[in-house]
Every structure is written in C-alpha cells, then in structure tokens.
Design a protein around this ligand. Sequence first.
Ligand code: FAD
Length: 317
Amino acid sequence: VMSNPLRPALLAAARSERVKGAVLKAPVTRSIVRRFVAGETLDDAMAAAAALLAAGRSVSIDYLGEDTFDVGEARATVVAYLALIAELGRLPQAGVDGVHPLEVSVKLSALGQGLPADGDKIALDHARTICSAAQTHGVWVTVDAEDHTRTDSTLSIVGSLRADFPWLGAVVQAYLRRTEGDCRDLAGAGSRIRLCKGAYSEPESVAYQSRAEVDASYMRCLATLMRGDGYPMVATHDPTIIGSVDELLRETGRNVDGFEHQMLFGIRELEQKRLVDAGRRVRVYVPYGSQWYGYFMRRLAERPSNLWFFMRSAATR
Ligand code: FAD
C-alpha cells in the first residue's frame, strides 16, 4: 500500500481532468489498459467472462464509471447494468443453486450517490432496480466500497436493500480504522462480505498509512469474518494473506465452500489457476466500459512495475 512513493500523486492524478486528457492521448495507453480492463463493450465483457467460467472461475463484472453528478448519466448506468444482467442471465451458470458464479459489482457513486439533492435516495432506488433484475436472472450483486466519505451512506444503503435482497454483498476496506468494527457487525449469518485492502488515498485520521499496519488490519478483519457465520470474500493478490487462509480454515473448521478468493482481471492469472486447481473458489472482478480512467490509475498506483511499464512504453514510442 505505502511501498510505492508515487501512490499519492497517482491517486491525485486519478481525479484530475488535466492528467486524464494527457493519459487518454498517449498512444500506448490503450494496449496497457487492456491488461486490466476487458474492453469497452458488453461483448468484450461477455467474452472475458466466458473464458474465465470455462477455466472454472466465477466472475463479478463491473460496468466502469464513478462519481456521477448528472442524473441522466446515472440512469444510463442503470440501463447498462440491466443489459449486462440480461445477457448474464442467458448463460447456463445463471441461477445455479447456492453460490452464484455470476455477479455484477456496482459503485453507488455511479448511480447518483453524489448528487447534491437526494443523492442517497436516488442511488438506493437505482441499486434496487439493478438488484431486482439480478434476482430475476439468477445473478448476484456486490456494492463496491469507494472513498471513506461514502462508507456510512454505502453501508446503510446496502443494509436497506438486504431486507429485500438478502444475498446482496458489501465491501469493506482493511486500511480504514473503522473496518474491524464493521467486520464484527457484518459477520452474521447470510452476509456476503468482500474484504479488500482499499484503493483510495485516505487521510491518517481515518486510515492506516503503512503497509504493515494495513496488512495487520487485513489479518484481523479476515479472522473476524472467517470466525463469523457469513460468507467471506477474500479479495487480495497478497501471497502472505492468501497463505494464511489455510491456518484459518483449520482453526475455524470452515469448509472450502464457505468462502471464496477474489482477484482482479489480468492480475496473478497463474495464482488464480493454482487456487482453482487446489479446489478453491475463485471469483475474478472483470471491469469493462469506456470510463476506465480512474480504475486504471488506481491499478498503476498499486504497483510501481505497472507504472514503469507504462512510462517505458510511452517513452520509447
Ligand atoms: P497489495 O499490497 O497491492 O499487493 C500485495 C502483493 O500482491 C504484492 O506484494 C505482490 O506480491 C502481489 N501482487 C499484487 N499485484 C500483482 C501483480 N500485478 N502481479 C503479481 N503480483 C502482484 N478496492 C476498493 O477500495 N474498493 C473495492 O470495492 C474493491 N474491490 C476489489 C475487488 C477485488 C476482487 C479485488 C481483488 C480488489 C478490490 N479492490 C477494491 C482493490 C483493493 O483494495 C486493492 O487496491 C488491490 O486489490 C491491491 O491490493 P492487494 O490486496 O492485492 O495487495
């Protein structure tokens, strides 16, 4: 998390329209973006999903977009999700009993959460529309976690929706100081909780800053979820954390069908395969769409080698 000294600058750039213009113009950008994003169209997403499903993995598909301040744009996002869900509903994996291999991930800020008037209510209504379509088509939904100013609103919207859609998943971020407490509150029967480290730039007042502190928090949160009665979704590429799962399974007696690993599209492909071969459930988060800028910059910020690859290719053009 903190091992990359350029992380704060990159995460600031992820919110800058000026840098966005420059990155979008760089001729090399597209080929590198394709390492992390399935493509711009629904067909691209479906092709990536088909390949992953054929390889024994589950998917969570994300229609890229965030921080909408335009209600028309938020509605267009709902329409895109309805098309995606209908398309997933045609696959033989739709509605499989127990754990659904097909899921979509949704950002409430793309559904209008940030609108000045009634943002929370608009996002809740939009998410409800998406959840009922998903229920009809045998697809699951998880609500992504965004920056800390939205955590309360997001968890409360998820809480309201879970009354009607008890299978709805939520995400918590180990870098936030509050998250251990959230994990205790959310570890109850029937809850699906994705635990990740967290991808945004957050102040010291609310978030651990060093890698060691974030990793230690992740381990405490993971133990809480594994000892609880819900369905933990272990979203990390970190080999140390993934390795620690064995011990937690022994300690808690939890079955391998009682949780899943999750990784991002294009990252640690061989490890995804290894886990599937070892009998683990693995779900891959597959982003697609034209609004890839923020997502792409967060991936560059995570890993210096991704950034160097980008800079080197850009410089040698
Ligand atoms: P890091 O500390 O970034 O990496 C740990 C180790 O993993 C590295 O040292 C390396 O050994 C290995 N590694 C990482 N990347 C690579 C690579 N490219 N190749 C080889 N090895 C690698 N964040 C949010 O804020 N909100 C969300 O809703 C959210 N959803 C997510 C969903 C999924 C399924 C996943 C996997 C992540 C999600 N994230 C989300 C992002 C997350 O918060 C982290 O930013 C991201 O996963 C990187 O953290 P890490 O746990 O992999 O650990």
